[in-house]
Design a protein around this ligand. Sequence first.
Ligand code: AN7
Length: 346
Amino acid sequence: MSAWGGLLASYGQWLGNPAPSDIVTLNEGNTPLIKASALSERLGAAVYLKFDGLNPTGSFKDRGMTVAMSRAKARGAQAVICGSTGNTSASAAAYAAKAGLTCAVLVPGGYVAMGKLAQAVMYGATVIQIDGNFDLTLNLARQLGEVAPITVVNSINPDRIDGQMTGAFEVCDQLDGAPDILSIPVGNAGNITAYWRGFTTYQDAGIISRRPAMWGFQAAGAAPLVLGHVVTEPDTIATAIRIGNPASADGARRAVNESEGQIRSVTDAEILEAYQFLARHEGIFCEPASAASVAGLLVHGVPEGSTIVCVLTGNGLKDPDTALSISPRPLSIDASVDALRATLNI
Ligand code: AN7
């Protein structure tokens, strides 16, 4: 058996078959699709978790970034930039390092999980905190990209969406067909757009016979697609999806309409409940935004007996502050077996 060589090596036929010398990869993709027993029992359905937090930088962004960075480098780019709630910046910084390009990332000051910031600075990006939310950082990156020789690697870059289609390909390959429902957190709406395009591509090629219903979930304080208007001051504990004006709103609407799916919202309390349930009962530590895809099912219900895939977009280790803030404190006891026995009641 040959080793996994990343998405462009495995799914290159759907991505323009780049020359091997043009590929920038960290061997992303091939993430596990894990049967969620406790969740399946609780919901009366067959629920699987696509744990994309196990990508090289800990989020699904690596799927799009391998393609965006490979193509940028092949076109002769020297520098890349993105606005980000954190995961895009971590991924861009890593792939830029691998490609030998310079990278600048714009993040909303005070609203990026600690692990993501640590990644961006460690990979050597120039990290710039902006006094404003994600939507402003994206606008700034866009404007700079129009006047300066720098490639924007946000999901407004179609190369990102192309790469993220591979999430849908893998789900179908792993399940041997499409699920009934694909549940996914929605922030800037690039991923739901990419998944829908991926399922459509596979259907057009005759690899799957039907596409899933697309169920998107936004945080209640940052739910422009549910409300039908831009949210000027988005607010949620799930900082990854603290986005008020999604760039791919049209793609999200198309996915939901064409698949007869839905976009609904979940509160922060509901997100945290799902986040903790996944850790305690499935042994999976994802980040809060990712748990929105599970919270949506728990809150709004599912058709009995259906097959559902939830995309867990990011790793829980990215945001230790939120994890610790809702968990019991570690115990401090005397270093003795007696004290241990008393504490553990054993
Ligand atoms: C864990 O990193 O927008 O709907 O700048 O990090 O495709 O935006 C992150 C988004 C879901 C939402 N889950 O995906 C960024 C950024 C996690 C995320 C989303 C994000 P999109």
